[in-house]
Design a protein around this ligand. Sequence first.
Ligand code: GZL
Length: 319
Amino acid sequence: MKRVLILAIVAATAGVVFGGDSQDRTGGKQIRVGFAQIGAESDWRKANTESIKAEAAARKIDLKFSDAQQKQENQIKAIRAFIAQGVDVIAFSPVVETGWEPVLKECKRAGIPVILTDRAVDTQDPSLYLTFIGADFVEEGRRAANWVVKSVGDKANIAELQGTPGSAPAIDRKKGFEEVLKQHPGLKIIKSQSGEFTRAKGKEVMESFLKSPEGKQINVLFAHNDDMALGAIQAIEEAGLKPGADVKVVSIDGVRAAFEAMVAGKLNCTVECNPLLGPQLFDAVDAIMAKKELPRRIVTKESVFEQSEAATAIKDRKY
Ligand code: GZL
C-alpha cells in the first residue's frame, strides 16, 4: 500500500496520468509505455501528441503520458515516475539538448529502454538511448535558406525568430540556414531573437524588430516554426505592412494554419517537419519488445510547400 501511495505522489507531482488496464483484448500482457511530452506550445506539438495518443490507443498500448509545460525539470520528474511505475519503454521529446545524462543513467540502471522522438539529446554515452526518431533540422534550415535564394534573390535583410534556446531544432535550423547564407553574402540576418516557438512571443518579438532602427530594412522573416511566423504576420499587418509582400515570410513545420496563411498570401513558404511520429514510435516499441535490432537513427521524410501549391496541398494535410 505504502509503495502505491509513494508512486501516486511521485506521479502526481510530475503530472503523470495513470491509465489503461493490465490486459489487452488478446489476453496478452499490455505493453506499458511512459511518454514525457514537452508541452502544447504549438500546433505542431498538439498534432505530435495526438498522433502518439491515437496510435497507442489503436495498438492497445497502456500509455502513461505527461505534459511538461516546456520545463525540463518536469520532463525529468515524469521520467522518474515512469521508472518507479516499472514501464516497459520510456520515450520523450527532450525540450533542450543538455542535462539528461543523470536521469538517462537511472533508466539504464532500471533496465528500461529509452526512445527519443522529435528532438535529440547531447550525450557522449550512446548506450543511454536506443534510437532517435525525428527530422533532420539542419536540412530544414538549409531548405528555408534555399527558398530565400531562389525566390528573393541574392540580397535581403533578414529577421530571424529562433525557437526555444538550447533546443535541437533551434540550434540546427539556424545552423542549416546560416550554412547556405555563407554562400550568399548579400543575404544578411540583421535581427535575431527567440520567440520560444509560440505565436504570442513571435508577435511580441517581431513588433520589437519592426520598431527597432533597422526595422524598415527588414524584407524577409525566417521563423523556426509556423506558430511564431503566424504571430509575426499579425505584427507586420499591425505595422501597416503587407506580410508575404513587403516582408516575405518563410517558416518550418507545415501545419494547417500555415497553409491557410499561404492561401491568403501572407506566408510565402513552409518547410515541412512531420509531427505524426506515433506509428514510427510504436513500431520501435514493438521491435524492442520482440528483441529486434533498431536503427540508431530514424529520419522522417519531409518536403517544402510554397504559396503557389498551398490551395491544392491543403486538401491532403493531416495536421
Ligand atoms: C520540431 C519540433 C518543434 C516544432 C515546433 O521537431 O521540436 O517544436 O518546429 C515545436 O513547432 O514547438
